[in-house]
Design a protein around this ligand. Structure first.
Ligand SMILES: NC(=O)c1ccc[n+]([C@@H]2O[C@H](COP(=O)([O-])OP(=O)(O)OC[C@H]3O[C@@H](n4cnc5c(N)ncnc54)[C@H](O)[C@@H]3O)[C@@H](O)[C@H]2O)c1
Length: 383
C-alpha cells in the first residue's frame, strides 16, 4: 500500500513539496508515495493548484476545504504536510498530531516561540513523528558543506562568518502580503529568510550564545498592482552580531527594504582559509578549490524537500531514528531570530538560551497583540 500524503495549503511552497515528493519516488528503496488529498479553504485556489501543479498525479488528489475532514474517515492520510502561513502552524499541527497522523511542518516552527515551544511539547506528548522541513540543512549539497565545515580539515576551525541578503521589492511584497504582517508571519523577511540561515548556522557551528541587533522599518506602506496598498508592521532592515558557543562571530544582515542593486553574500572564515559558495580557498593559495564530495553521500536525495519526506518516513519506521531537521532544532533556529528582535527592541545584547526558555519576550508580546488584532479581520492575503 502506498503512503498517502495530504498537503494542507495550496500555495507557493506546496509546488516545491510536490517536486520533492516526486523526486523521492525515484529514490531507490523509498516507499510508494501518493498525494491523496489537498486542502485549502479557497476551493477554486485548490482546484487551480491541482490543475496547474498536480495534473499528472494519478489518481488525482481529493480536494477538501477544511483540514478537519482529513483527521478521520476515508480521506485520513498517513502523512500531513502542513504548508500554511505561520499563524496556523500550531493549530493545524496540533490537530494532526492528536489524530495520530505524522506531520511534516514548514519553517519557522511557530508564529512566535510560544507556539513553537508548544509544538515541540506536543511531539513529545503524543509520540507522533514530526519533522520541520528546513531545506537549508537538507539535500546532498547542503549536508556535504555542513559536514565539511564540521570536520574543520582544510580551512580549520570556523571563526568568522558574514551572511548578507539584500533584496529590492520595489515597495511591493515578498511573494505575499502576509509575510509583512506580524500577526501572520511573526516578523518580516528577517524571520522568513532568517530561520533558514540560523538553522544552517546551528548545524554548521553549534549553539548560538548571544545576539545583538538593530532593526528599522523603512516602508510602512507596501503596494503592488495585485494587492493595492497595505499598511505593514514589520521591520525591513536588520543588522545583527551573533556570537556562537564555539567562539565564532557572525555578522548578519537582512534587508527587504533595499532599493537598487540587491546583494547576497555568505562566507565563512576558518583558521587557515575560507569557504565561499561551493569552493574554499586556503591562505596563500590563489586558486579556489571545489569542496570534496564524499562517496557515502550518494544515498542522500539531492532535493532538500525529498530529503525532508525521507526523514519523516525514517521516523515513522523507527521512532528512534536520528533525523536532522527536528522540531527542537527548528525552535532553536527561530530563537536566534527572536533574540535578535528582542535585542533590537530593548537595545541590549540578549542571551539566546534566555529567549528560548521564555525569559525575554517583549518583542514577541507585540506579535501576539498583532495576532489578536488581525484575528477578527479574517483577511485573505495569501498566495
Ligand atoms: N524554502 C522554504 O522552505 C519555504 C519557502 C516558501 C515558504 N515556506 C513556508 O511555507 C509556508 C507557506 O508558505 P507559502 O509561500 O506556500 O504561502 P502562500 O501564501 O503561497 O500559501 C499559503 C496557502 O495556505 C492556504 N491556507 C490559508 N489558511 C488555510 C487553512 N486554514 N487550511 C489550509 N490552507 C490554508 C492559503 O489559502 C494559501 O493557498 C510558510 O510557513 C512559509 O514560511 C517555506
Amino acid at each position: 500500500m502506498p503512503l498517502r500524503v495530504a498537503f494542507i495549503g495550496c500555495g507557493q511552497i506546496a509546488k516545491d513539496h510536490l517536486k520533492g515528493l516526486r523526486a523521492l519516488r525515484e529514490q531507490p528503496g523509498a516507499p510508494e508515495l501518493l498525494l491523496s488529498a489537498v486542502c485549502d479553504p479557497f476551493p477554486e485556489r485548490a482546484e487551480a493548484w491541482v490543475k496547474e501543479t498536480a495534473s499528472l498525479e494519478n489518481p488525482s488528489p481529493v480536494v477538501v476545504t477544511d483540514y478537519r475532514e482529513l483527521l478521520k474517515g476515508p480521506q485520513r492520510p498517513d502523512i500531513a504536510s502542513i504548508l500554511v502561513p505561520h499563524h496556523l502552524h500550531l493549530e493545524i499541527t496540533e490537530a494532526f498530531l492528536h489524530a495520530g497522523i505524522p506531520v511534516q511542518l514548514q519553517k519557522p516552527i511557530g508564529l512566535g516561540l510560544r507556539d513553537g515551544r508548544r509544538i515541540v511539547e506536543l511531539a513529545t506528548e503524543t509520540g507522533v513523528p514530526l519533522v520541520v522541513s528546513e531545506p537549508s540543512v537538507l539535500g546532498r549539497a547542503n549536508r556535504n558543506t555542513i559536514q565539511w565545515l564540521r570536520a574543520g580539515k582544510e580551512i580549520g576551525r570556523p571563526v568568522f562568518m558574514i551572511d548578507q541578503a539584500v533584496i529590492d521589492l520595489e515597495g511591493g511584497f515578498f511573494m505575499t502580503p502576509w509575510r509583512h504582517l506580524k500577526g501572520y508571519a511573526g516578523a518580516g523577511w528577517f524571520i522568513d529568510h532568517g530561520v533558514h540561515r540560523t538553522h544552517w548556522m546551528l548545524e554548521a557551528f553549534g549553539s548560538c550564545r548571544t545576539a545583538y541587533a538593530r532593526t528599522r522599518q523603512l516602508e510602512p506602506l507596501r503596494r503592488n498592482e495585485r494587492w493595492g496598498e497595505i499598511p505593514v508592521d514589520t521591520e525591513d532592515v536588520a543588522g545583527a552580531m551573533l556570537e556562537f558557543e564555539s567562539g565564532l562571530i557572525c555578522q548578519w544582515s537582512v534587508m527587504s527594504g533595499g532599493r537598487g542593486q540587491g546583494h547576497w553574500h555568505v562566507q565563512v572564515w576558518g583558521e587557515r582559509g575560507s569557504l565561499h559558495g561551493p569552493n574554499y580557498t586556503v591562505s596563500g593559495s590563489k586558486t579556489p578549490t571545489p569542496l570534496p564530495v564524499p562517496a557515502e553521500d550518494s544515498n542522500l536525495p539531492l532535493d532538500p524537500f525529498a530529503h525532508s519526506f525521507l526523514e519523516l518516513i525514517q521516523l515513522i519506521r523507527d521512532p528512534k531514528a536520528a533525523v536532522i531537521s527536528t522540531p527542537a532544532r527548528a525552535l532553536e533556529a527561530e530563537a536566534i531570530v527572536y533574540a535578535s528582535l528582542e535585542s533590537a527592541h530593548t537595545g541590549q545584547p540578549i542571551s539566546v538560551a534566555e529567549v528560548l526558555s521564555g525569559q525575554h519576550h517583549a518583542y514577541e508580546d507585540t506579535v501576539w497583540a498583532a495576532r489578536d488584532a488581525l484575528r477578527a479581520k479574517n483577511l485573505d492575503l495569501f498566495t
